[in-house]
Design a protein around this ligand. Structure first.
Ligand SMILES: [Zn+2]
Length: 498
């Protein structure tokens, strides 16, 4: 049986199962109950917050013969009909790949045909900001005078890119990032449902890595399930995420704040030896300082950040010993550097320079003579920039495929699609004549990288570093149980395998 991702398997079927969007759900449920249905809706919000899921539930609910508390009953004639994939009443269109005016015309021409199963014909247009200008105009015409039986649900992650003429025709719903505690509860429910064991700390780590997106959290959970084979530990999750152990990270932050340059550099060196990505480390540090600021300023930070208890306690302790401006300056240094990574391949030197700068800042404030040190830092930064601009970063064609792919992974991290960045970091790249071939050896990374929406983001990130198209290939690992017969075949039965 083909594996279905947790995200698909646990996609909500009713409004009750939608998490973290109570304000949206309440309004839509009231509309269903009162029969006060609009013709055009706009769902906006970050990826993975439930826009498409809610759109699908709403499309079935408006047609259901006996809605239960505003949700589709799933049992009536119409619900059964609409559950079939070939139904003509609920049409989902991805504007990213169907963005021409002809495609929108074809769609709007058909709109005059009445629905076949229920009362309404619902068009869900995903990524609606991707439509061309003329396609937007064609859509606008239909939105101005829609037939009685038509409902449009437009979904977008980039509401600022939607023309005002369209916005003004739609009822707008803003989907929020889902609070970490709610994602954690959902994960626990799903793990329990599947007989997967887990530690509280591990679940919180996964939830926090989802960064408010249920979809991303579930994709990471998927990877953790296959990586940890049924028993999800905190260490396992850290491995999958490739992120630094928060305890070590707090120690590094402590060195920076305490102006212990030597200690900070030796910790970075140790993490580098472990193969940690410097880009990820920089972003982890920035997040840590940000969290410390939250803990210092907000009474409900524990709830807000949903951090593991030990980490919360460590941050509380850390932030009590340093003042606001110190923490803020350190955070700023780390965030600024994330931007610089884009133009350089020398991530480690950049990180070290920024850490030295952050660690020596307070001495400058207190009037100490730091000019010499500052000059050194400036010189390092200058050298790094010169290296990146000169022959060090040649034309993309001559660049090493691994390097290109590393940059793509960092770019994804910057774009905020953590889960894709993780999957990308797992893969290896090879330069071929016609394409950059991405070799993936884990099933979960393959699923993430070949998801159509993710492929699009991947191409967006890759186009900055290579002119070639990407080709994703799955590399089959030799399974262990096949290796042993092979070896015994070679060496005979006398071979002892321990
Ligand atoms: Zn029904």
């Amino acid at each position: 049986m083909a594996y279905t991702s947790l995200y698909r398997r646990y996609r909500p079927d009713t409004f009750r199962d939608v998490i973290g969007q109570d304000h949206v759900v309440r309004t839509l449920v009231n509309q269903i109950k009162s029969g006060n249905i609009g013709h055009a809706y706009l769902f906006t919000g970050t990826r993975g917050t439930g826009k498409t899921s809610v759109a699908k539930i709403f499309s079935r609910a408006v047609n259901c013969l006996a809605p239960e508390d505003g949700s589709p009953c799933g049992k009536c004639e119409v619900c059964m009909e609409l559950a079939l994939s070939g139904n003509f009443d609920i049409l989902e269109i991805d504007a990213a790949s169907n963005n021409s005016v002809d495609q929108i015309r074809e769609l709007t021409d058909k709109i005059n045909f009445p629905p076949t199963a229920g009362k309404y014909k619902v068009y869900i247009i995903d990524e609606v900001h991707m439509l061309s200008k003329s396609a937007h105009n064609a859509l606008l015409k239909t939105l101005e005078e829609p037939p009685e039986h038509a409902i449009f649900i437009l979904a977008t992650t980039e509401v600022h890119a939607i023309p005002a003429t369209i916005l003004s025709r739609c009822m707008r719903f803003d989907f929020r990032l889902v609070p970490l505690a709610k994602i954690a509860d959902r994960l626990k429910f799903i793990f329990d449902d599947n007989g997967v064991k887990y530690s509280e700390q591990a679940v919180r780590m996964i939830a926090s890595a989802g960064q408010g997106s249920v979809r991303d959290a579930l994709s990471i959970a998927d990877m953790c399930v296959s990586y940890c084979s049924g028993d999800i530990t905190y260490e396992g999750v850290l491995e999958v995420l490739g992120t630094s152990d928060p305890v070590k990270l707090v120690a590094l932050a402590e060195d920076i704040l305490a102006c212990n340059v030597e200690g900070a550099l030796s910790k970075i060196s140790a993490m580098c030896d472990l193969g940690k990505s410097m880009a990820v480390l920089a972003s982890d540090l920035a997040t840590l300082f940000r969290n410390a600021l939250y803990v210092k300023n907000c009474g409900d930070a524990a709830e807000l950040l949903a951090l593991p208890n030990e980490l919360y306690a460590a941050l509380k302790e850390l932030s009590s010993r340093y003042d606001q401006s110190r923490l803020l300056a350190a955070m700023r240094r780390m965030t600024e550097m994330e931007g610089e990574f884009r133009y350089s391949t020398q991530h480690r030197i950049l990180l070290e320079a920024a850490v030295i700068a952050a660690a020596t800042e307070p001495r400058a404030e207190h009037g100490g003579d730091t000019r010499e040190l500052e000059q050194k830092v400036a010189a390092i930064a200058k050298r790094v920039n010169a290296l990146s601009r000169s022959g060090f970063e040649p034309a993309p064609a001559a660049k090493d495929a691994g390097q290109v792919w590393g940059n793509v992974a960092s770019e994804l991290q910057r774009m905020g699609v953590g889960v894709l960045a993780i999957a990308a970091a797992e893969a290896k790249a090879e330069e071929h004549e016609d394409a950059l071939v991405v070799k993936v050896s884990s099933e979960s990374a393959m699923r993430i990288l070949s998801d159509p929406a993710n492929r699009k983001l991947l191409s967006e990130a890759a186009v900055k570093y290579t002119a070639k198209p990407l080709r994703i290939e799955e590399v089959r690992r030799i399974e262990e149980n096949k290796v042993i017969p092979y070896l015994t075949g070679m060496f005979g039965k006398s071979l002892e395998i321990t």
